[in-house]
Write a protein that binds this ligand. Sequence first.
Ligand code: FAD
Length: 417
Amino acid sequence: MQHVIIGNGPAGVVGAETLRKNDPRSAITLLGDEAEPPYSRMALPYLMMGEIDEAGTYLRKGQDHYAKLGINLVRDRVEAVDVNARIVKLKGGANLAYDRLLVATGSHPIKPEIPGIDLPGVHPCWTMADARAIIARAAPGSRVLQIGAGFIGCIIMEALVSRGVRLTVVEMGDRMVPRMMTPVAGNMIRAWCERKGVQVHVKARVTNVRHATGGSDALVATLDTGGELAADLMIVAAGVRPNTDFLRGSGIVCETGVAVDATMQTNVPGVYAAGDVAAAVDFATGVRGMNAIQPNAVEQARVAALNMAGRHVESHGNMALNVLDTLGLVSSSFGKWWGEPGGGTAELIDAREFRYLCLQFGGDVMIGATAIGLTEHVGVLRGLIEGRVRLGPWKERLLQEPLRVVEAYLARAQAAA
Ligand SMILES: Cc1cc2nc3c(=O)[nH]c(=O)nc-3n(C[C@H](O)[C@H](O)[C@H](O)COP(=O)(O)OP(=O)(O)OC[C@H]3O[C@@H](n4cnc5c(N)ncnc54)[C@H](O)[C@@H]3O)c2cc1C
């Protein structure tokens, strides 16, 4: 059996290792197009903070880790897939035959259509090469303008601030992390950032980037709210899109990403997808979509690989499980955190102490939650939502006193177990 995996990020690596464990005699080829050994994007902020070196970002530390497992690590870019001939076509010119194929090509940062966005000094923060470029420009005292305050934008702020830069964030939504946090939570995170010395502009878009006059490297951004912001470095964190271009014309169905069923198989038998590139069914909504976080990537890869190895395993669906550390303020949102009509909402706001809890219900089941500064409750919230625990009389109690979630969990989930 020839297993080919396209993409050597966390999904590709976990897929290859799971295959090796469950299919000891198969041939496994792991393809990646970046220069570095397989590494974790999640580790890049720690590299930018100077807490680790580049080798510290590598997913597996032993130099011969892949060779020892009989995983053939190949550096090349896949340009096309022919599902009839069962081959992948490489940029280097070779064709690679497969019996089972895993597409784990991840996603890439969206480049907003802003005049001047390609000027030197404007970077996404996605690859090792981006991290190197940011480290080179983000000197103490330099002015950094970050476009976007979503998941990745918030995660990288800590690294930027720790480098001693003067940071300004421009977010087009009405609050920070608008696609992951309730209005109260998004505004609380904003207040926290401002308290830490970060300038935050919401409901604002950068409409143009140009060089400052006077021949320096500095840049100037124009905002649609009026005014201009000067910067030595601009970072674009405006969301991601799945890497599916090379599948065009292959017959593999792509929606928001590569469409997969519960076994992570695409519409083409023998072809699977996992990680940021995959559009899998969401646990909370039942709708297929992309959920670009690492825990989903590795879990999907595990499920895909087990099926490729001949087992039948189904995923119970992507779970929105967003845990975010923004300059030391930990926030989280789970499941259908925005709630549903008539379901019932409990909200506890402590703006002074930066503590917040919002619970969403559907019938007597908790379907989603948002929390700030309540890290000890994260496991319990996840357990209640993922377990679809019937709360019975505890729903009313939680509507009155949301902080009693631990008691509710012990009474309903633990007791049932
Ligand atoms: C700065 C930063 C911080 C993050 N922090 C967190 C966090 O705290 N928590 C969290 O859950 N997630 C975090 N993420 C997101 C997380 O890194 C991604 O969800 C994860 O990397 C997805 O893994 P993947 O294997 O699907 O894709 P990737 O890691 O993107 O790997 C895909 C690989 O495939 C390669 N590839 C693409 N196309 C081809 C092709 N045609 N041929 C060959 N190779 C190809 C790519 O170059 C890449 O190397 C962070 C991301 C960034 C950038």
